[in-house]
Design a protein around this ligand. Structure first.
Ligand SMILES: Nc1ncnc2c1ncn2[C@@H]1O[C@H](COP(=O)(O)OP(=O)(O)OP(=O)(O)O)[C@@H](O)[C@H]1O
Length: 306
């Protein structure tokens, strides 16, 4: 395997008494989207700030495209694009000028900066506001500008902190498509979000962090076989309930969307589906009630017990 685009080993950082990151270790690779998942206050932003050269770790090693953010911040900033959770923008500057100026800060020529700004304005869908001052932008529009700004110098590594927050559903889909495209073109993308269903569709890999500690591969693997609810819907609900009863499978809940039945892993799910179909139940929907990331997240939060 090629060297990881991002490598974090035993990193910690405290703020006075608060141990924001205690022991973080993970890797993220080129061509992949890696989700950074954790509850509020678990240390995600602190971790991202350290990767982005904006905060020094107290201990541990970080490498971004092989460079150390502490000793070689310049090389890291050339390789990496950073989208913070809240955009600090120059409020009287226009969207276009913000992107042109960012291009100049990355040492693009004036012509290239203008061309890149125009391209990015189209890419993030801000054409109608291109010449408006950034203070008039809504939260979602600021997120789009922030993403555009992170892409100015065509970075091979992207750090996105809660990029979907404030975006409407259509813009979230656009973001997902764009992030997948950038990964398809070879970028390593590390993205934090609270909307796990969204990350489920976007991410190839996940890093779970709780109280500043990243979960081990073993503890994540252990969650694969713990019970989780699958949602089953049938054209004839009484027939479904009778078949589940005959198979000795008790739903944990039955609602207007169907029955929720605890199942341990995909093999067992496939067997259950086959049994139901064998019994002539016309199944119209069958799938995990929560996505993989959410299941793993919740399972880790309760200590891997099912
Ligand atoms: N500059 C700071 N000074 C003091 N404490 C801080 C500072 N920055 C972060 N913390 C604390 O460190 C912990 C981790 O914060 P961080 O912002 O990294 O979490 P997070 O996982 O990004 O949270 P959220 O999901 O809510 O954005 C929190 O307890 C926070 O209060």
């Amino acid at each position: 395997m090629t060297a990881p685009a991002i490598s974090v080993e035993g990193v910690s950082r405290r703020f006075g008494e608060v141990h924001a990151v205690r022991d973080a270790s993970f890797e993220a690779h080129a061509g992949s989207v890696t989700a950074l998942i954790g509850p509020n206050g678990s240390g995600k932003t602190t971790l991202l700030l350290m990767l982005a050269t904006l905060l020094a770790p107290d201990a541990g090693t970080i490498r971004i495209a092989g460079h150390d953010p502490v000793t070689d911040a310049r090389a890291v900033r050339q390789a990496m694009g950073w989208m913070p959770d809240v955009l600090g923008s120059w409020s009287s500057m226009t969207v276009r000028d913000t992107l042109v100026t960012t291009g100049r800060l990355y040492e693009l020529s004036p012509e290239l900066s203008r061309a890149r700004a125009a391209e990015l304005i189209r890419l993030v869908g801000l054409e109608p506001l291109a010449d408006a001052p950034t203070r008039v932008l809504s939260r979602g529009q600021k997120q789009r500008l922030s993403l555009g700004r992170a892409l100015v110098h065509r970075p091979s590594i992207l750090l996105l902190d809660e990029p979907a927050s404030g975006l409407d559903p259509a813009a979230r889909v656009d973001l997902r498509v764009l992030v997948r495209r950038l990964a398809g073109e070879g970028a390593a993308v590390l993205v934090s979000s609270h909307v796990l269903s969204e990350l489920d569709e976007m991410a190839d890999a996940a890093v779970y962090v709780d109280q500043g500690v990243t979960a081990s591969a073993e503890s994540i693997a252990a969650t694969r076989t713990t019970m989780r609810d699958w949602r089953i819907r049938a054209l004839d609900r009484p027939a479904l309930m009778a078949a589940l009863d005959a198979l000795d499978r008790r739903p944990t809940e039955v609602d207007h969307l169907g029955a929720l039945v605890p199942v341990a892993g995909e093999t067992e799910a496939a067997e259950l589906l086959a049994r139901l179909v064998e019994r002539g139940v016309a199944i119209s929907a069958f799938g995990p009630a929560v996505g993989d990331l959410e299941h793993t997240f919740l399972d880790l939060a309760k200590g891997g017990r099912s």
